[in-house]
Design a protein around this ligand. Structure first.
Ligand code: AMP
Ligand code: GLY
Length: 448
C-alpha cells in the first residue's frame, strides 16, 4: 500500500481531492501547487507531508521533486498539467500514477481526436460535426446545419472558448465570424470545430477508469453560465448539484446507463484504435435530449466543481480507489456512495469572469460557517500574512450536504453568507425553482 501521495494542482477541486485522500490515516500528502492553497497546505502539514509552490506545468521540475520526496503514487489533476505530460515524466521515474499519460489525455486537449475516434468506433451519441483548420468550407458547413451550431476551439480554453447560437452568438453570421476569429487568433490551438446545436439538459458523468473498468460516480449538473437563469458568458463552472442517488431529477436510469456505455466504448476504442489505456478519471459532459444522450466533450480529469460534489459522497477511501486505478484492478474493488444530496456554489470576485476586481480581503465568520454545516474549499485565493485575498478567478467553493437537494442548497447558501468580501455567487443553483425548470424542460422536449 502506498502512503506517500503526490497531488499536483491548487484549486478548490484539488483541495477537495486532498481532503478526501487524507481521510485514510496512513496517507502522507505532498502537493505541488501553482499558488499556495491554504487548505491543501494545512492538510499536507497535518498528514506529515509537504507542499511546494512552483511551475506545475513543467514535468521535469515536478518529476524531480516527486523523486526526491519518495512519492509512491501520484495524482496530477488539472487538464493543462496532464496535457504537458506530467504523468509521462513520473512514469519515467517508476512512480505509479492514477491519471492519464499525455497520449490518453488527448481525448480532452484535442477535440477532433475524440470525434474521429467516436466516428471510427461507431460510438453512439456523437453530434454532427466538422473540423476546420482554415476557413475553406466553414461557412457552407454552418449553413448546412441551418446555422444552429456550437463553435469550439480545438484545444484547452479553461471552459470559456465555446459559443452557441441562441446563447452567446446571435445567429449564423455571428457563428461564422466567431469561428473565423478562433482561426485567425489561434484561440485554443490550430483549428475550430463546428457542431450541430443540441437542445436538452446537460449533465456530467465522471468514472474512475483503469482502461478496462469504468466505475461511475453520481451524475452531477454543473452551471457554466455566469448569471442567474443560465444567462451570460460561460465560466469554468459556477456551481453544481447531485441528488440522493446516482441520478438527477430529470435523468432516468436508462439515460444514465446510456452515458456510462458511451464512456466505456470510448475507453475501449481508445485501446483498440490507438493502443492507449486510459487511467484516471474520465469525465463525460452529456446532453440528455429528446433524441437520446449525446456526448458534448470528454475531459481526462475530475470536473471542477463536480469533484467537490462526488468526493463528499464517496465512502470508499479515495486513496484505495487511486491505488486500484494505478494497479489496474478497479474491477476487483467495490465503491460505495452516501445517499445524500450535495450543492456547490462558487463565490467569485466582483467583475468575474471578464475582469475581477483588484485583490481584496476575504473574511470568514467561523461561527456562521459552523451553524450552516457547509464546507469551504479554497480556489484562486492569495493567502497573505494578513489574511486571505481574492485573486483573478473563482475564489471559494461552498459545499452543502443534506437529505435532499433543497436541504443541501440551504446549507450552501448559509455557508456563502459566512464569507465577506467583494464576492458574488449564483443564488439559483440547486433551488427548487431551477430544478423544476430543468424537469419541465426535459418533459417539454420529450413531448414534442
Ligand atoms: P464544452 O467546453 O465543450 O463543455 O462546451 C461548453 C458549453 O457549451 C457546454 O457545457 C454546453 O452548454 C455548450 N455546448 C457545447 N457543445 C454544444 C452543442 N453541440 N450543442 C449545444 N450546446 C453545446
Ligand atoms: N465543470 C466543468 C469542467 O470541469 O470542465
Amino acid at each position: 500500500m502506498a502512503s506517500k501521495f503526490l497531488l499536483v494542482g491548487s484549486g478548490a477541486r484539488e483541495h477537495a481531492i486532498a481532503q478526501s485522500l487524507c481521510k485514510r490515516e496512513d496517507v502522507q500528502l505532498y502537493a505541488y501547487m501553482s499558488a499556495r492553497n491554504p487548505g491543501i497546505d494545512e492538510l499536507c502539514k497535518k498528514s506529515g507531508g509537504e507542499s511546494k509552490v512552483g511551475d506545475i506545468h513543467n514535468p521535469a521540475l515536478v518529476g524531480d521533486w516527486a523523486q526526491a520526496k519518495g512519492i509512491e503514487l501520484a495524482f496530477p489533476s488539472p487538464d493543462a498539467v496532464l496535457a504537458a505530460g506530467i504523468c509521462d515524466e513520473l512514469v519515467k521515474f517508476h512512480i505509479p500514477v492514477a491519471a492519464p499519460l499525455k497520449s490518453a489525455a488527448r481525448i480532452e486537449w484535442d477535440k477532433s481526436f475524440l470525434r474521429q475516434l467516436m466516428e471510427k468506433g461507431r460510438v453512439p451519441g456523437c453530434p454532427k460535426n466538422g473540423f476546420f483548420r482554415t476557413t475553406d468550407g466553414l461557412n457552407g458547413f454552418i449553413d448546412s446545419l441551418g446555422g444552429q451550431v456550437a463553435v469550439k476551439p480545438i484545444g484547452l480554453t479553461g471552459g470559456k472558448g465555446v459559443a452557441v447560437v441562441g446563447l452567446q452568438l446571435k445567429d449564423a453570421a455571428e457563428a461564422k465570424s466567431y469561428a473565423r476569429s478562433i482561426l485567425d487568433q489561434r484561440i485554443g490551438g490550430d483549428g475550430v470545430i463546428i457542431e450541430e446545436k443540441l437542445e436538452g439538459e446537460e449533465f456530467t458523468l465522471q468514472c474512475f477508469c483503469d482502461g478496462r473498468t469504468l466505475l461511475p460516480m453520481p451524475a452531477v449538473q454543473d452551471h457554466k453560465a455566469a448569471h442567474v437563469g443560465d444567462l451570460g458568458p460561460n465560466t469554468g463552472g459556477m456551481g453544481s448539484y447531485t441528488d440522493t442517488g446516482m441520478l438527477l431529477p430529470f435523468l432516468t436510469a436508462t439515460e444514465f446507463e446510456e452515458a456510462h456505455k458511451i464512456l466505456q466504448k470510448v475507453a475501449r476504442i481508445l485501446e483498440l484504435e490507438a493502443n492507449i489505456r486510459f487511467s484516471g478519471v474520465m469525465y463525460g459532459q452529456f446532453m440528455a435530449t429528446a433524441k437520446g444522450i449525446y456526448l458534448i466533450e470528454i475531459n481526462a480529469r475530475f470536473g471542477d466543481p463536480e469533484a467537490i460534489n462526488v468526493l463528499a459522497l464517496l465512502e470508499t477511501p479515495l486513496a484505495d480507489v487511486l491505488e486500484a486505478i494505478a494497479d489496474r484492478r478497479l474491477g476487483k474493488i467495490e465503491i460505495t456512495w452516501k445517499t445524500e444530496a450535495t450543492v456547490v456554489k462558487y463565490l467569485v470576485p466582483e467583475g468575474y469572469p471578464s475582469k475581477a476586481v483588484a485583490p481584496s480581503p476575504i473574511t470568514i465568520d467561523a461561527k456562521k460557517l459552523k451553524s450552516s454545516k457547509a464546507e469551504l474549499y479554497y480556489a484562486s485565493v492569495d493567502a497573505r500574512e494578513d489574511g486571505i485575498h481574492t485573486a483573478s478567478s473563482r475564489s471559494i467553493a461552498v459545499l452543502g450536504i443534506g437529505k435532499s437537494i433543497e436541504e443541501a442548497e440551504k446549507s450552501a447558501e448559509a455557508g456563502c453568507g459566512a464569507v465577506t468580501g467583494p464576492l458574488w455567487h449564483r443564488e439559483d443553483i440547486g433551488t427548487a425553482a431551477l430544478i423544476k425548470k430543468r424537469i419541465e424542460h426535459m418533459k417539454e422536449l420529450k413531448k414534442r
